[in-house]
Write a protein that binds this ligand. Structure first.
Ligand SMILES: [Zn+2]
Length: 206
């Protein structure tokens, strides 16, 4: 550990219990991403989700919280939309035979249905892996938010890394690529790189 990491750990001991837990999770994410997933599972996913993003029904905004202090440091008040319609087959945080907890929402339906960006942002990844997310697009939505659209059949030819796009822009089509057992969109929202419940941002059902 370098001097900065030691200083961070020392700071953590003066924090409230929940925040301390979150802090060490963050530290683990930076140092050992695989173990961080296990820690999140043990902690109960709601702790993390509720700590990083909360919906305020009075102001109709999603507040973004500093992972270290819990203070509101940003908010999202622009329009957001479900990226596709279909049947939710696996919720965020649920366990499946393939993973200890689910980091996004699975929305099943026909291959080829258009997938749209849920919020404004900049495309930071648009490519294919033979494993994991398969063909997928990642968008930096600002406000410390990144969204991931995975298992796509196709990526729209107009979508390139570096493009700035608006909510509702078609980014590709639903598919069954990568680690997928049937046609569905895996839709994931990360804050500070940590998966949170997309339902915090989106009302109703897809
Ligand atoms: Zn999924």
């Amino acid at each position: 550990m370098n001097a900065q990491a030691i200083k961070l750990v020392a700071t953590a001991f003066s924090m409230k219990k929940e925040i301390k837990y979150l802090f060490f999770t963050m530290l683990a994410i930076i140092m050992v991403p695989i173990f961080s997933v296990m820690i999140l599972t043990q902690a109960g996913i709601n702790l993390v989700s509720n700590a990083l993003a909360t919906y305020d029904p009075q102001r109709l905004v999603v507040d973004i919280h500093d992972p270290l202090t819990g203070k509101v440091i940003d908010h999202v008040d622009q329009s957001v939309a479900w990226p596709i319609q279909g049947a939710v087959t696996l919720e965020y945080g649920e366990r499946s035979p393939y993973q200890p907890f689910h980091t996004g929402i699975d929305i099943a339906g026909p291959i080829g249905d258009p997938v749209i960006a849920f919020m404004d942002g900049e495309v930071v990844y648009a490519d294919t892996e033979s494993w994991g997310f398969g063909r997928h697009v990642k968008i930096n939505n600002g406000h410390f938010i990144t969204s991931i659209y995975a298992h796509l059949d196709t990526i729209d030819p107009n979508i390139h890394v570096g493009d700035t796009i608006t909510a509702g822009t078609i980014i590709g089509t639903r598919g069954n690529t990568g680690w997928s057992t049937g046609p569905h969109l895996h839709f994931q929202i990360n804050i500070f790189g940590i998966p949170v419940n997309p339902r915090t941002f989106l009302q109703g059902n897809p």
